[in-house]
Design a binder for this molecule. Structure first.
Ligand SMILES: [Zn+2]
Ligand SMILES: [Zn+2]
Length: 176
């Protein structure tokens, strides 16, 4: 599966049979606004979704957040230095927020558990042109002018029933 996806010739040969939501990025590199912090993601991401919760709006100082889940071992820091901000959810669990210690760009969120999945802020990738989320969550608090194509994207008023659902949706749109 991996070699298949990484072979551009085969991808082109598949042509229109590739589903439009497929995530076909072979090299995921990104960084902060000042350019000091650079990272590379190796291996396949686990899911990508859009979150309209108030927390994501505050964090991004914008309309919504884009979360790209990757295994911690797949996130390689190339340069720069991460600092962490800890915030606590209602359940008391810590959310560990990694950001560039120079310019403050938020790079990922994770928990304080070892080897927890990283939720990379997908807008920090260099090439966002091929990003296609598999769902919109917390649509209840979406800004009123944000128009979501509900035919195309599964939508959840608040949290989806399980994390598994988001990763399953991702699997369903991968090229085969
Ligand atoms: Zn959110
Ligand atoms: Zn920076």
């Amino acid at each position: 599966m991996l070699t298949h996806q990484n072979n551009p010739a085969q991808m082109q040969a598949k042509g229109p049979s590739i589903k439009p939501l497929a995530y076909q990025v072979n090299s995921l590199v990104g960084g902060c606004q000042c350019g000091t912090l650079r990272y590379r993601i190796v291996g396949q991401p686990l899911t990508l979704y859009v979150c309209h919760c108030k927390d994501c709006q505050k964090q991004s100082s914008s309309a919504f957040g884009m979360s790209l889940w990757v295994n911690a071992k797949d996130f390689n820091l190339i340069s720069g230095e991460l600092s962490y901000y800890l915030t606590y959810g209602e359940s008391g669990t810590a959310k560990k927020c990694g950001y560039c210690n120079l310019c403050g760009s938020r790079i990922f969120h994770t928990s304080d558990q070892p080897n927890a999945v990283l939720s990379v802020k997908a807008g920090s990738l260099d090439d966002t042109s091929k990003l296609r989320p598999v769902a919109h969550i917390w649509t209840r608090s979406a800004q009123p002018w944000v128009v979501i194509d509900r035919q195309q994207y599964p939508c959840f008023e608040t949290e989806p029933p399980s994390d598994r659902l988001l990763t399953d949706l991702w699997q369903q749109v991968q090229p085969r």
